[in-house]
Ligand binder design. Structure first.
Ligand code: A2P
Length: 316
Protein backbone atom coordinates (compact mmCIF):
# COMPACT_ATOMS: atom_id res chain seq x y z
CA UNK A 1 0.00 0.00 0.00
CA UNK A 2 1.48 3.35 -1.02
CA UNK A 3 1.44 6.19 1.50
CA UNK A 4 1.62 9.97 1.41
CA UNK A 5 3.53 12.03 3.94
CA UNK A 6 1.65 14.55 6.04
CA UNK A 7 3.19 17.82 7.22
CA UNK A 8 3.68 16.26 10.68
CA UNK A 9 5.86 13.48 9.23
CA UNK A 10 3.25 10.72 9.53
CA UNK A 11 2.37 8.58 6.52
CA UNK A 12 -1.22 8.03 5.49
CA UNK A 13 -2.17 5.08 3.23
CA UNK A 14 -3.29 6.57 -0.10
CA UNK A 15 -6.44 4.48 -0.50
CA UNK A 16 -8.92 4.31 2.36
CA UNK A 17 -12.31 2.66 2.66
CA UNK A 18 -15.09 5.25 2.73
CA UNK A 19 -17.95 4.52 5.14
CA UNK A 20 -20.39 7.36 4.44
CA UNK A 21 -23.75 5.81 3.45
CA UNK A 22 -22.64 2.34 4.53
CA UNK A 23 -25.50 0.93 6.55
CA UNK A 24 -24.82 -0.33 10.06
CA UNK A 25 -25.81 -3.86 8.97
CA UNK A 26 -23.31 -3.81 6.11
CA UNK A 27 -20.33 -1.86 7.32
CA UNK A 28 -18.89 -4.38 9.79
CA UNK A 29 -18.34 -6.88 7.00
CA UNK A 30 -17.10 -4.14 4.65
CA UNK A 31 -14.43 -3.05 7.14
CA UNK A 32 -13.32 -6.61 7.90
CA UNK A 33 -13.24 -7.48 4.17
CA UNK A 34 -11.22 -4.35 3.41
CA UNK A 35 -8.62 -5.01 6.11
CA UNK A 36 -8.22 -8.64 5.04
CA UNK A 37 -7.84 -7.48 1.42
CA UNK A 38 -4.99 -5.12 2.36
CA UNK A 39 -6.65 -1.77 3.09
CA UNK A 40 -4.87 0.01 5.94
CA UNK A 41 -7.05 3.10 6.15
CA UNK A 42 -10.71 3.48 7.16
CA UNK A 43 -12.48 6.85 6.87
CA UNK A 44 -15.26 7.41 9.39
CA UNK A 45 -17.36 10.20 10.89
CA UNK A 46 -19.67 10.56 13.87
CA UNK A 47 -22.50 11.73 11.58
CA UNK A 48 -22.41 8.55 9.50
CA UNK A 49 -24.19 6.84 12.38
CA UNK A 50 -22.26 3.60 11.95
CA UNK A 51 -19.08 4.01 14.00
CA UNK A 52 -20.06 1.25 16.40
CA UNK A 53 -20.32 -1.26 13.58
CA UNK A 54 -17.09 0.03 12.00
CA UNK A 55 -15.53 -0.64 15.42
CA UNK A 56 -16.92 -4.20 15.42
CA UNK A 57 -15.30 -4.82 12.02
CA UNK A 58 -11.98 -3.48 13.30
CA UNK A 59 -12.15 -5.59 16.44
CA UNK A 60 -13.07 -8.71 14.46
CA UNK A 61 -9.86 -8.43 12.43
CA UNK A 62 -7.61 -7.28 15.30
CA UNK A 63 -8.74 -10.33 17.29
CA UNK A 64 -7.50 -12.61 14.51
CA UNK A 65 -4.04 -11.52 15.62
CA UNK A 66 -2.45 -10.84 12.23
CA UNK A 67 -3.07 -7.09 12.14
CA UNK A 68 -2.58 -4.60 14.95
CA UNK A 69 -4.24 -1.26 15.62
CA UNK A 70 -0.96 0.56 14.90
CA UNK A 71 -0.92 -0.76 11.33
CA UNK A 72 -4.26 0.84 10.42
CA UNK A 73 -5.00 4.53 9.81
CA UNK A 74 -8.34 5.60 11.23
CA UNK A 75 -9.94 8.98 10.58
CA UNK A 76 -13.09 10.42 12.12
CA UNK A 77 -14.77 13.82 12.09
CA UNK A 78 -16.17 16.34 14.55
CA UNK A 79 -19.85 17.09 13.95
CA UNK A 80 -21.18 20.61 13.43
CA UNK A 81 -22.96 20.89 16.78
CA UNK A 82 -19.73 20.26 18.73
CA UNK A 83 -17.67 23.23 17.58
CA UNK A 84 -17.71 24.90 21.01
CA UNK A 85 -14.21 24.35 22.42
CA UNK A 86 -15.52 22.54 25.51
CA UNK A 87 -17.45 20.09 23.33
CA UNK A 88 -14.54 19.00 21.13
CA UNK A 89 -12.79 16.62 23.56
CA UNK A 90 -16.02 14.85 24.58
CA UNK A 91 -17.03 14.54 20.89
CA UNK A 92 -13.73 12.84 20.09
CA UNK A 93 -14.24 10.56 23.08
CA UNK A 94 -17.67 9.58 21.80
CA UNK A 95 -16.18 8.54 18.45
CA UNK A 96 -13.33 6.68 20.20
CA UNK A 97 -15.84 4.82 22.38
CA UNK A 98 -17.99 4.01 19.35
CA UNK A 99 -14.99 2.71 17.44
CA UNK A 100 -13.50 0.93 20.46
CA UNK A 101 -10.20 2.79 20.08
CA UNK A 102 -7.74 4.58 22.34
CA UNK A 103 -6.68 7.13 19.73
CA UNK A 104 -7.43 8.30 16.18
CA UNK A 105 -4.84 8.84 13.48
CA UNK A 106 -6.70 11.85 12.14
CA UNK A 107 -9.60 13.95 13.42
CA UNK A 108 -11.19 16.50 11.10
CA UNK A 109 -13.57 19.41 11.55
CA UNK A 110 -16.28 17.99 9.28
CA UNK A 111 -17.77 21.24 7.90
CA UNK A 112 -17.11 24.97 8.21
CA UNK A 113 -20.65 25.16 9.56
CA UNK A 114 -21.82 25.35 13.18
CA UNK A 115 -25.08 24.27 14.78
CA UNK A 116 -26.45 24.84 18.24
CA UNK A 117 -25.48 22.02 20.62
CA UNK A 118 -27.85 19.08 20.15
CA UNK A 119 -28.96 20.07 16.65
CA UNK A 120 -27.74 17.24 14.44
CA UNK A 121 -29.40 18.50 11.26
CA UNK A 122 -30.95 21.97 11.45
CA UNK A 123 -34.34 22.60 9.93
CA UNK A 124 -34.44 26.31 10.61
CA UNK A 125 -31.77 29.00 10.71
CA UNK A 126 -32.19 29.62 14.43
CA UNK A 127 -30.62 26.21 15.01
CA UNK A 128 -27.46 27.39 13.26
CA UNK A 129 -24.59 29.58 14.47
CA UNK A 130 -22.57 31.77 12.14
CA UNK A 131 -18.81 31.42 11.91
CA UNK A 132 -18.57 34.84 13.59
CA UNK A 133 -20.44 33.46 16.58
CA UNK A 134 -18.49 30.20 16.54
CA UNK A 135 -15.13 30.90 14.85
CA UNK A 136 -13.26 27.97 13.34
CA UNK A 137 -10.04 29.25 14.94
CA UNK A 138 -11.49 28.61 18.42
CA UNK A 139 -12.64 25.12 17.52
CA UNK A 140 -9.17 24.55 16.07
CA UNK A 141 -7.47 25.43 19.38
CA UNK A 142 -9.48 22.67 21.04
CA UNK A 143 -8.46 20.29 18.23
CA UNK A 144 -4.79 21.16 18.93
CA UNK A 145 -5.24 20.18 22.56
CA UNK A 146 -6.32 16.71 21.45
CA UNK A 147 -2.94 16.27 19.78
CA UNK A 148 -1.17 17.54 22.94
CA UNK A 149 -3.13 14.95 24.90
CA UNK A 150 -2.17 12.25 22.35
CA UNK A 151 -5.79 11.34 21.73
CA UNK A 152 -5.28 11.80 18.00
CA UNK A 153 -2.08 11.86 16.02
CA UNK A 154 -3.09 14.41 13.39
CA UNK A 155 -5.80 17.02 12.94
CA UNK A 156 -7.32 18.57 9.89
CA UNK A 157 -10.38 20.03 8.25
CA UNK A 158 -12.95 19.06 5.66
CA UNK A 159 -14.91 21.03 3.09
CA UNK A 160 -12.72 24.11 3.50
CA UNK A 161 -12.23 26.53 0.63
CA UNK A 162 -8.87 28.11 -0.05
CA UNK A 163 -10.17 31.35 1.46
CA UNK A 164 -11.20 29.67 4.72
CA UNK A 165 -7.85 27.89 4.96
CA UNK A 166 -6.09 31.20 4.40
CA UNK A 167 -8.14 32.67 7.24
CA UNK A 168 -7.45 29.77 9.59
CA UNK A 169 -3.73 29.15 9.06
CA UNK A 170 -2.38 32.28 10.83
CA UNK A 171 -4.37 31.30 13.93
CA UNK A 172 -2.91 27.81 14.18
CA UNK A 173 -0.14 26.46 16.40
CA UNK A 174 -0.41 23.02 14.77
CA UNK A 175 -1.08 23.31 11.06
CA UNK A 176 -3.94 21.31 9.57
CA UNK A 177 -2.44 18.16 8.06
CA UNK A 178 -5.40 17.43 5.81
CA UNK A 179 -8.32 19.00 3.97
CA UNK A 180 -10.87 16.40 2.92
CA UNK A 181 -12.99 17.66 0.03
CA UNK A 182 -15.00 16.40 -2.90
CA UNK A 183 -12.66 15.73 -5.83
CA UNK A 184 -13.19 13.79 -9.07
CA UNK A 185 -12.87 14.57 -12.78
CA UNK A 186 -16.11 16.60 -12.77
CA UNK A 187 -14.86 18.69 -9.78
CA UNK A 188 -11.09 19.04 -10.06
CA UNK A 189 -10.63 22.21 -7.95
CA UNK A 190 -7.22 23.06 -9.47
CA UNK A 191 -6.80 26.25 -7.43
CA UNK A 192 -7.43 24.50 -4.11
CA UNK A 193 -5.15 21.60 -5.10
CA UNK A 194 -2.32 23.98 -5.99
CA UNK A 195 -2.78 26.03 -2.81
CA UNK A 196 -2.79 22.98 -0.53
CA UNK A 197 0.30 21.63 -2.25
CA UNK A 198 2.06 24.95 -1.69
CA UNK A 199 1.00 25.02 1.97
CA UNK A 200 1.94 21.36 2.49
CA UNK A 201 -1.60 20.31 3.38
CA UNK A 202 -2.66 16.97 1.91
CA UNK A 203 -6.06 16.56 0.30
CA UNK A 204 -8.35 13.56 0.57
CA UNK A 205 -10.72 13.10 -2.36
CA UNK A 206 -14.20 12.19 -1.16
CA UNK A 207 -17.02 10.95 -3.41
CA UNK A 208 -14.34 9.87 -5.93
CA UNK A 209 -16.83 7.66 -7.77
CA UNK A 210 -19.62 10.25 -7.83
CA UNK A 211 -21.54 8.93 -4.79
CA UNK A 212 -24.53 7.57 -6.69
CA UNK A 213 -25.93 6.08 -3.49
CA UNK A 214 -26.69 9.47 -1.92
CA UNK A 215 -30.24 9.94 -0.62
CA UNK A 216 -32.53 11.14 -3.40
CA UNK A 217 -33.07 14.45 -1.56
CA UNK A 218 -29.37 15.16 -2.10
CA UNK A 219 -29.45 14.44 -5.81
CA UNK A 220 -30.11 16.79 -8.70
CA UNK A 221 -32.66 15.75 -11.35
CA UNK A 222 -30.32 15.78 -14.31
CA UNK A 223 -27.12 14.79 -12.58
CA UNK A 224 -24.33 13.55 -14.84
CA UNK A 225 -23.26 10.03 -13.80
CA UNK A 226 -19.50 10.00 -13.38
CA UNK A 227 -19.12 6.21 -13.61
CA UNK A 228 -20.98 6.31 -16.95
CA UNK A 229 -18.90 9.10 -18.47
CA UNK A 230 -17.88 8.08 -22.03
CA UNK A 231 -14.29 9.33 -21.69
CA UNK A 232 -13.82 7.53 -18.36
CA UNK A 233 -15.31 4.38 -19.91
CA UNK A 234 -13.12 4.56 -23.02
CA UNK A 235 -10.03 4.80 -20.80
CA UNK A 236 -11.43 2.00 -18.64
CA UNK A 237 -11.26 -0.38 -21.60
CA UNK A 238 -7.50 -0.33 -21.13
CA UNK A 239 -7.50 -0.36 -17.32
CA UNK A 240 -10.23 -2.70 -16.17
CA UNK A 241 -13.11 -0.53 -14.94
CA UNK A 242 -14.30 3.07 -14.60
CA UNK A 243 -13.82 2.85 -10.83
CA UNK A 244 -10.19 1.85 -11.27
CA UNK A 245 -9.65 4.80 -13.61
CA UNK A 246 -11.24 7.28 -11.18
CA UNK A 247 -9.27 6.02 -8.18
CA UNK A 248 -6.02 5.95 -10.19
CA UNK A 249 -6.72 9.53 -11.33
CA UNK A 250 -6.97 10.68 -7.71
CA UNK A 251 -3.72 8.89 -6.83
CA UNK A 252 -1.94 10.37 -9.86
CA UNK A 253 -2.83 13.84 -8.58
CA UNK A 254 -1.12 13.12 -5.27
CA UNK A 255 -4.32 13.00 -3.24
CA UNK A 256 -5.56 10.39 -0.78
CA UNK A 257 -8.78 8.75 -2.02
CA UNK A 258 -11.59 7.04 -0.11
CA UNK A 259 -13.92 5.05 -2.39
CA UNK A 260 -16.93 3.70 -0.50
CA UNK A 261 -18.23 0.20 -1.04
CA UNK A 262 -20.04 -2.42 1.00
CA UNK A 263 -19.67 -5.09 -1.67
CA UNK A 264 -16.85 -7.58 -1.09
CA UNK A 265 -15.81 -7.84 -4.72
CA UNK A 266 -15.90 -4.10 -5.33
CA UNK A 267 -13.98 -3.43 -2.10
CA UNK A 268 -11.18 -5.74 -3.29
CA UNK A 269 -11.38 -4.45 -6.85
CA UNK A 270 -11.07 -0.79 -5.83
CA UNK A 271 -7.80 -1.44 -4.02
CA UNK A 272 -6.27 -2.80 -7.24
CA UNK A 273 -6.50 0.71 -8.72
CA UNK A 274 -3.11 1.31 -7.08
CA UNK A 275 -1.65 -0.82 -9.91
CA UNK A 276 -3.10 1.37 -12.67
CA UNK A 277 -0.73 3.80 -14.35
CA UNK A 278 -2.62 6.35 -16.45
CA UNK A 279 -0.71 7.76 -19.39
CA UNK A 280 -0.11 11.48 -19.86
CA UNK A 281 -2.58 11.41 -22.72
CA UNK A 282 -5.21 9.75 -20.51
CA UNK A 283 -4.62 12.31 -17.74
CA UNK A 284 -5.03 15.09 -20.31
CA UNK A 285 -8.33 13.62 -21.49
CA UNK A 286 -9.56 13.37 -17.90
CA UNK A 287 -8.42 16.95 -17.16
CA UNK A 288 -10.82 18.16 -19.85
CA UNK A 289 -13.81 16.67 -18.04
CA UNK A 290 -13.79 19.34 -15.31
CA UNK A 291 -17.14 21.06 -15.03
CA UNK A 292 -16.91 22.33 -11.43
CA UNK A 293 -19.81 20.00 -10.63
CA UNK A 294 -20.40 19.24 -6.96
CA UNK A 295 -22.42 16.19 -6.01
CA UNK A 296 -22.35 17.19 -2.34
CA UNK A 297 -23.52 20.75 -2.80
CA UNK A 298 -23.96 21.71 0.86
CA UNK A 299 -27.35 23.17 -0.09
CA UNK A 300 -28.74 21.61 3.10
CA UNK A 301 -26.87 24.27 5.13
CA UNK A 302 -28.36 27.19 3.19
CA UNK A 303 -31.54 27.75 5.25
CA UNK A 304 -33.86 30.70 4.87
CA UNK A 305 -32.46 33.86 6.50
CA UNK A 306 -29.59 31.80 7.89
CA UNK A 307 -25.87 32.58 8.16
CA UNK A 308 -24.87 30.13 5.40
CA UNK A 309 -25.37 30.64 1.70
CA UNK A 310 -23.82 28.52 -1.03
CA UNK A 311 -21.60 31.45 -2.02
CA UNK A 312 -20.29 31.86 1.51
CA UNK A 313 -19.90 28.13 2.06
CA UNK A 314 -17.62 27.54 -0.90
CA UNK A 315 -16.37 31.13 -1.35
CA UNK A 316 -17.10 30.87 -5.05
P1 A2P B 1 -21.51 -0.36 -3.32
O1 A2P B 1 -21.30 0.12 -1.93
O2 A2P B 1 -22.73 -1.20 -3.47
O3 A2P B 1 -20.28 -1.01 -3.90
P2 A2P B 1 -18.38 7.20 -3.62
O4 A2P B 1 -17.15 6.48 -3.14
O5 A2P B 1 -18.08 8.22 -4.68
O6 A2P B 1 -19.22 7.73 -2.51
O7 A2P B 1 -19.27 6.13 -4.41
C1 A2P B 1 -19.90 5.07 -3.73
C2 A2P B 1 -20.87 4.39 -4.70
O8 A2P B 1 -20.14 3.71 -5.73
C3 A2P B 1 -21.70 3.33 -4.01
O9 A2P B 1 -22.96 3.31 -4.61
C4 A2P B 1 -20.93 2.05 -4.29
O10 A2P B 1 -21.79 0.94 -4.26
C5 A2P B 1 -20.44 2.32 -5.70
N1 A2P B 1 -19.19 1.61 -6.02
C6 A2P B 1 -18.14 1.37 -5.23
N2 A2P B 1 -17.16 0.72 -5.91
C7 A2P B 1 -17.61 0.55 -7.17
C8 A2P B 1 -17.08 -0.05 -8.34
N3 A2P B 1 -15.88 -0.62 -8.33
N4 A2P B 1 -17.84 -0.04 -9.46
C9 A2P B 1 -19.06 0.51 -9.47
N5 A2P B 1 -19.64 1.10 -8.40
C10 A2P B 1 -18.92 1.12 -7.25
Amino acid sequence: MTTLKLNNGLEIPSIGLGTWKSKPGEVRDAVATALRAGYRHIDCAWIYGNEREVGEGLREVFEEGTLSREEVWITSKLWNDRHAPEDVGPALQESLDNLGLEYLDLYLIHWPVAHRRGTVLPKTADEQLSLDERPLAETWKAMEELVDERRCRSIGVSNLSRKKLEGLLPATRIRPAMNQVELHPYLQQPDLVEYCKKENILLTAYSPLGSRDRASAMKGDDEPVLLEDPVVNAIAERHGSPARVLIAWALARGTVVIPKSVNRERIRHNLTAAEVALSEEEMNQLAKLDRARRYVTGAFWALENGPYTMDKLWDE
